[in-house]
Design a protein around this ligand. Structure first.
Ligand code: SF4
Length: 892
């Protein structure tokens, strides 16, 4: 700590603070236009000047100097105030008056007013003629630029995109987008950080110009990916008008991506269905809630009584809160008496949860996002965080570009991170096991294994070493399409430049050997001792906002809340529930679909999930769904499943319309807060489920009055989360384990021992090639995934303005293949597999290799899952979305 005085009063500060920050922490407000906690100080605006009487004469920018022991600092002497006023007047001379008058709340305008400036001090009203409205969300009016360069710095230092360029110098200085023309033509990824930091409105959200300043702001969590960014949502007259990143949020550090910041228009979309509906003779009919709930309750009862407990299934939702998923699985177990409950985690990260639980005792990320800044080597496998978890992608990019961390990317495609990686292992799709076994082989072969860690905490090392003999990099090079030397180089980097953190995505899990692929990721971390310390570990990047939470709450046939096995938790849960926990094995999502096809499953209740559009091999999904006697869809919109097959539609409220919690990909439970009232007659998911439970005779067991009420029951059945209370969450999110109310939460798991014991076993995984291999009729291998601007089924993003960036799905084709096939950029092509065909525009892209294709799957009009295969993971049945043999046909 250091002591220094401000205006004659002594304070104590942490070492290394700037004088500006120190002053603020002492409650002294020094004006500034170019300073922001998210970027390095620049001393550009010259407003934060201070005098340091015992250090050096003259006025100094407080943002650039460190507070040192004994400094005597003056912040508001008459000379300093005069200098600030002069600087403001100088800026005003070439600044448009109408901007100053029209937007009084902008930082520059407010400070100018404080220093006595009026409209008369500003330039004549002819400066606003150059607006660039080419970007869908951000208006550019460079006549208002004061050359503070905040936009340039935040784009570089937070987003890592370098879109804003400074051209010329002195009075001729100009800030221009990297298109050197229209902003809309630049490489901007629309995170909105530049508009957020601009003190004048030269860069401004168009929604703010249209709607003015919001009337109230509510802090909540983003409804999109599993990063779990916190956001402040601005409303006016009951409508969401603007979203900004929450300051000091531990996950996103004042940053959002395009979806979090701008893709909120779906909430007020005219397509929202806000009344319960029942389909009669093919026609949808609006009904009252009582009618809808009574119908669902009575049909479920009849079907279960006539056909047995596993004839009715429930699917929770990765978009619903923890509380709602808890209630959904409790409904299945207590009301229906069955474990036939699951959620969409089945088709994405259940392989991760299964593999990590088997090997480490806990099926969740071992470390925290805050560890990114502690990592020396990143191993990014089968994940494209720049597009799918953009705020994390930016953090990783900054750690590499500015922090000097090493980066290894394992991905068939040259993603944004692959392009800046030290080593990019562009493997052939479907060969993860071959590659990871080769990495493990190289680590052992070159004597790089962490022998101390292995002797203390790892079992079956000798057996593993023997098993790997046939997996040398040299032997596997041809299998996985990566040179042996590159595999060895990556193994050396990962094993020696520690701590090394692996981050994996669906490129690892959505394979026939998906669960085993994650086991292989754990294997290399065990071999190198990359557990139990900051900056290391095995960290799955969870796709949807609450996919971690929905499964963890027990929407899984095999586990109860807190990932406790059904048999193991039966006693505690039956005590808290005052009802037996069913012991009969339930069906998982894929088994439910199969059972619908055979007629064994007769009723399905699906919450916030478009199964028809998103499950692989859509023709088979359709065949099964149409056999159901009762399909209840609970959602914001008539999704594709509802349109085609539902009998009942229950209108749900969006996450902006309710209270609760989400759990992000680093085990952090965060508060979701109601921003607006539920639209129309829509209701929260938990209220709907509790209503049906009550109608079925279980009112006493579902007598919850609030989301907090439900959470308190979650705490009662999940000891490791007992310390996570709503009052604590109102201050900040908490990561489990958190067993007591004074426990700080757990940033790093498995420090001294694993969750199931001191040691973990290495797993010997044999490589088994997928059946989807290229052959003359189907010579290409197609992988599917998300793009930056869209989200999963497109339910929300296709009803938001972000659609303008990528109006439909596209298929990436290499320039070489495009030439061979005579395909031009943007041309609509037909992609055909053994299972079906889809038509979508081609994008000629150097990110894919010859013989490989990549397509997104968001647009129902394209319906890409018509062509994905029926193959599934051997352990948990996740579909093999990442590898399908296809051909491309020109459409004449
Ligand atoms: Fe939302 Fe994910 Fe984007 Fe954050 S990174 S704003 S959580 S979509």
């Amino acid at each position: 700590m250091v002591k220094a005085s401000f205006n004659g009063t002594e304070y104590e500060f942490e070492e290394g603070m700037t004088i500006l920050k120190a002053a603020r922490s002492a409650g002294i407000d020094i004006p500034t236009l170019c300073s922001d906690d998210r970027i390095e100080p620049a001393g550009a605006c010259r407003l934060c000047l201070v005098k340091i009487s015992n250090f050096a004469p003259g006025e100094r920018p407080s943002c650039m100097l460190e507070v040192l022991e004994g400094l005597e600092i003056e912040t508001h002497t008459p000379e300093l105030e005069k200098a600030r006023e002069m600087n403001l007047r100088m800026l005003a001379r070439s600044y448009p008056r109408e901007a100053f008058e029209e937007f009084p709340e902008k930082r520059f305008h407010a400070i100018a007013r404080e220093y006595g400036l009026t409209g008369e001090d500003f330039a004549s009203p002819d400066g606003m003629a150059s607006a660039d409205e080419s970007h869908p969300y951000i208006s550019v009016e460079m006549s208002r630029c004061i050359d503070c360069f905040s936009c340039v710095r935040i784009c570089d230092q937070l987003e890592g995109k370098f879109v804003w360029q400074v051209v010329a110098r002195g009075g001729a200085t100009q800030i221009v987008p990297d298109s050197f023309g229209a902003f809309g033509d630049s490489t901007c990824v629309s995170c909105g950080a530049c508009a957020d930091v601009c003190p004048t409105g030269a860069l401004e959200d168009r929604s703010r110009i249209a709607h003015g300043e919001a009337e109230s702001w509510t802090r909540t969590v983003c409804p999109y990916c599993g990063t779990g960014c916190e956001m402040d949502v601005g409303t006016k007259s009951g409508r969401i008008v603007q979203i900004k990143p929450s300051a000091h949020a531990p996950v996103n550090l004042g940053h959002l991506c395009v979806k979090g910041r701008y893709a909120h228009e779906f909430v007020h979309s005219g397509e929202r269905v806000t009344d319960p509906m029942i389909r009669e003779n093919g026609e949808w009919k609006k009904v009252s809630w009582d009618e809808a709930v009574s119908f669902v309750a009575s049909r479920m009862k009849e079907i279960r009584e006539a056909n047995g407990v596993n004839s009715v299934g429930v699917l929770g939702s990765a978009r619903a809160t923890n509380e709602e998923n808890y209630v959904a699985q409790k409904f299945a177990r207590v009301v229906l008496g069955s474990n036939t409950v699951d959620c969409c985690a089945r088709v994405c990260h259940t392989p991760t949860a299964a593999a990590m639980k088997m090997m480490l005792g806990t099926g969740a990320a071992t470390n925290s996002f805050a560890d990114i800044e502690h990592t020396r080597t990143f191993l990014i496998c089968g994940a494209n965080p720049s597009e799918n978890h953009p705020v994390l992608g930016s953090r990783i990019k900054q750690a590499v570009l500015r922090g000097g961390a090493n980066l290894i990317v394992i991905d068939p495609r040259r993603t944004e991170l692959a392009a800046i990686a030290d080593i990019h292992l562009a493997l052939t799709p479907g060969t993860n096991i071959a590659l990871f076994n080769a990495l493990a082989h190289a680590i052992i072969d070159e004597g790089l294994a962490d022998e101390d860690f292995i002797s203390e905490r790892v079992e079956q090392y000798e057996e593993f070493r023997n098993f790997l003999k046939e997996y040398s990099p040299e032997a596997m090079a041809a299998v996985c399409g990566v040179e042996a030397g590159s595999i060895r180089e990556a193994a050396r980097m990962y094993a020696t430049a520690k701590p090394s953190m692996s981050l994996h995505g669906l490129g690892m899990t959505e394979h026939t050997q998906g669960t085993e692929s994650v086991m292989d990721v754990v294997n290399v971390a065990l071999l190198t001792g990359n557990f139990g310390m900051r900056g290391a570990g095995v960290n799955p990047l969870r796709g949807q906002n609450n996919v971690q939470g929905s499964a963890h709450m027990g929407c899984d046939p095999g586990i109860l809340t807190g990932s406790i096995g059904v048999a193991e938790g039966a006693e505690l849960f039956s005590r808290v529930w005052d009802a037996p926990v069913p012991s009969e094995t339930g069906l998982n999502l894929l088994q439910m679909i199969d059972a619908a096809g055979t007629g064994e499953l007769k009723a399905l209740w699906t919450i916030g999930y478009d199964i028809f559009l998103t499950l692989a091999n859509a023709a088979e999904t359709a065949r099964c769904l149409e056999k159901l006697e009762l399909l209840v869809i609970q959602d914001l919109f008539f999704n594709e499943t509802a349109k085609e097959y539902a009998h009942v539609f229950l209108p749900a409220a969006s996450s902006f319309e309710k209270d609760g919690t989400f759990m992000n990909g680093e085990r952090r439970v965060q508060r979701v807060r109601k921003v607006i009232e539920p639209l129309g007659n829509s209701r929260t998911d938990w209220e709907i489920v509790c209503g049906v439970a009550a109608k079925m005779g279980f009112a006493d067991k579902f007598a919850f009055e609030s989301a907090e009420d439900i959470w308190n029951e979650v705490r009662a059945v999940w000891p490791d989360a007992f310390g996570i209370t709503y009052p604590r969450l109102d201050v900040s999110g908490l990561q489990w384990n958190c067993p007591t109310e004074d426990h700080p939460g757990t940033e790093v798991l498995h420090k001294d021992s694993f969750a199931h014991g001191r040691t973990a076993k290495l797993r010997r995984i044999k490589y088994r090639p997928t059946k989807e291999i290229a052959e003359p009729d189907f010579p290409f291998i197609l992988s599917t995934g998300r793009n930056l601007f869209q989200f999963n089924a497109g339910t929300m993003t296709m009803r938001s303005g972000v659609r303008a960036f990528r109006p439909t799905d596209t298929i990436d084709v290499s320039p070489g293949d495009a030439e061979k096939l005579g395909i031009s950029d943007g041309e609509t092509v037909r992609v055909r597999s053994r299972y079906g065909a889809a038509e979508l525009p081609a994008r000629i892209s150097g990110t894919v290799k010859n013989g490989e294709l990549f397509a997104s799957f968001h647009d129902a009009r394209v319906f890409l899952n018509r062509i994905t295969s029926p193959h599934r993971d051997r352990y948990v049945m996740a579909p093999e979305y990442k590898v399908t043999a296809v051909r491309i046909e020109k459409i004449s």
